[in-house]
Write a protein that binds this ligand. Structure first.
Ligand code: ATP
Ligand code: MG
Ligand code: MG
Ligand code: MG
Length: 475
């Protein structure tokens, strides 16, 4: 079953259960200044959960484009994480609650998708006996397959500010697919919460019933709500019986294109495979960002996108590429995604142009920066120093445009580390300087921003930067 079929089956299944198929939001959250990117299906419904929403619906189902920068370091290294992914969800705004949610999730997996019951495991929040009982008595799952976990695993979002923001939250119940003892850590006591790849977390059912306040208090919401999120790529991987998300129908052809461009084989070397996965992920994320009006830049969302592109360019360099190549992946990705995202295909030439322009700019500095970092590492080696001083890392960032996380990554690959606290001091100093000069030259900043946009888009018609929320933060 391909991803398109899974997406359709999900949305029509919940439509039959009286849900309205609601359009997913932009990656740039509309009307929520607290968020950089949409990271879950519930983001656009926050007000509905808080009892302040104006939508005249009680049930909705969506397919939501998500971007999670928090998963950046996982991408390529795990079989399950992307920065950009699609989340399928069903939502109840003060309507149905735990019993229906759990029963329908089970019905969808076992009857619609025909997944074998014995492969499915579930978890519940340790202080949520209601969900436990529904799984055990109503669904009749073996007790040995129901795991009770604490806040970190089964309360969503977990405790603020360490893991999640304040706002609507609640206990959750998750569903996992067991790939079998041959996959992952191989320990007999391996369980769904294990970090290894054996259990794929496919679906999170959140029972949104509290509003978490600044002081950590959990205030009951006016209504009990439901917010679920199923990872489309993970579900496709399970349905297609392939080992990683990067082997599914909407990723394998991209990996194949990268093999063709690099003349390397994906399965030949583990490090190469990691680079190829990251390239596929990051360029896809960038394409969707650009389509939603985020251009590579030096601040906020634009900087996140720039980091994604630069990391992918550096991965290409690791694979021996000396010329622009990312933009060549735009046609294949837009073809693979065109059924549900026709706008990506329509805009593919402009998107490719923007990516190519970013590549051209960065390739020039990548070489110089890498040489400089190599020199620094040689000196550190000679002097038996393990940590790169913050000042030097900052200089690479400031002078060569080397994203700090890239410096850290390269250092790590060579057994070194970076003095992050020292970098923070330098960044603070720079921010202070920028602040004092910006109060004097606000006009110049504006012109700089517009000039940059013009340079990047080089006469293209789609710019998409006129959205206020995006522009404000980029400046
Ligand atoms: P994980 O523990 O694997 O990082 P999560 O608990 O952070 O996932 P949730 O916040 O519960 O994820 O999101 C709901 C669902 O979205 C997950 O069950 C998973 O199927 C999917 N998902 C989450 N993060 C990613 C990601 N980075 N890439 C692909 N799918 C994801
Ligand atoms: Mg996660
Ligand atoms: Mg999880
Ligand atoms: Mg989860």
């Amino acid at each position: 079953m391909n991803t398109g079929e899974i997406r359709n089956k999900f949305l029509t299944f919940f439509e039959k259960k009286s849900h309205v198929i609601w359009p997913g939001d932009s990656l740039v959250p509309q009307g929520d200044a607290t968020l950089l990117f949409t990271g879950a299906g519930m983001n656009q419904f926050k007000d509905m959960f808080l009892g302040k929403g104006r939508l005249n619906i009680k049930r909705a189902t969506t397919c939501q484009k998500c971007l999670r920068t928090g998963d950046l370091e996982n991408v390529g290294r795990t079989a399950s994480h992307h920065t950009f992914f699609e989340m399928l969800g069903n939502f109840s705004f003060g309507d149905y609650f735990k019993r229906e949610t759990i029963a329908w999730a089970w019905e969808f997996l076992v009857q619609e998708l025909r997944l074998p019951e014995e492969k499915l495991f579930v978890s519940v929040y340790k202080d949520d006996p209601e969900s436990y009982e529904i799984w055990e008595k109503h669904i009749r799952i073996l007790k040995s397959k129901i795991y009770s976990y604490g806040e970190n695993d089964n309360f969503w979002p977990a405790n603020a500010p360490a893991q999640g923001p304040n706002g609507p939250c609640g206990p959750c119940s998750e569903i996992f697919y067991d790939q079998g003892a041959g996959v992952g850590c191989g320990r007999e006591e391996c369980e769904p919460a294990c970090d290894c790849d054996r259990f794929v977390e496919i679906w999170n059912l959140v029972f949104t019933q509290f509003d978490r306040k600044e002081d950590g208090r959990l205030e009951p919401l006016p209504n009990k709500n439901v917010d679920t999120g199923m990872g489309l790529e993970r579900m496709a991987r399970v349905m297609q019986g392939v080992p990683t998300n990067f082997d599914i129908d909407i990723f394998a052809p991209v990996i194949k294109s990268i093999e063709d461009i690099t003349h390397l084989r994906y399965h030949d070397k583990k490090e190469n495979a990691v680079c190829m996965r990251r390239i596929a992920d990051h360029v896809k994320a960038s394409i969707f960002c650009i389509a939603d009006g985020v251009l590579p830049g030096n601040e906020g969302r634009g900087y996140v996108e720039r980091r994604l592109l630069r990391r992918a360019i550096r991965d290409g360099a690791q694979l021996g590429l000396k010329e622009c190549f990312l933009y060549k992946l735009v046609p294949i990705i837009s073809d693979l995604m065109q059924d549900y995202y026709p706008d990506i295909k329509q805009r593919r030439e402009n998107i490719a142009r923007i990516i190519k322009s970013e590549e051209e700019k960065f390739l020039e500095t990548l070489e110089l920066g890498t040489v400089r970092l190599k020199e620094l590492m040689d000196t550190m080696q000679k002097n038996k120093i393990k940590e790169l001083p913050g000042k030097e890392a900052f200089k690479l960032y400031d002078t060569y445009g080397f994203p700090l996380d890239m410096t850290e990554l390269i250092l790590k690959e060579h057994g070194f580390s970076m003095d992050s606290a020292g970098v923070e001091v330098e960044l603070k100093r720079q921010r202070m300087q920028a602040r004092s000069s910006s109060s004097m030259t606000g006009q110049v900043f504006d012109a700089g921003f517009l000039g940059k946009i013009k340079e990047i888009s080089k006469g293209t018609t789609f710019l998409g930067y006129e959205k206020d929320s995006c522009r404000a933060r980029i400046i």
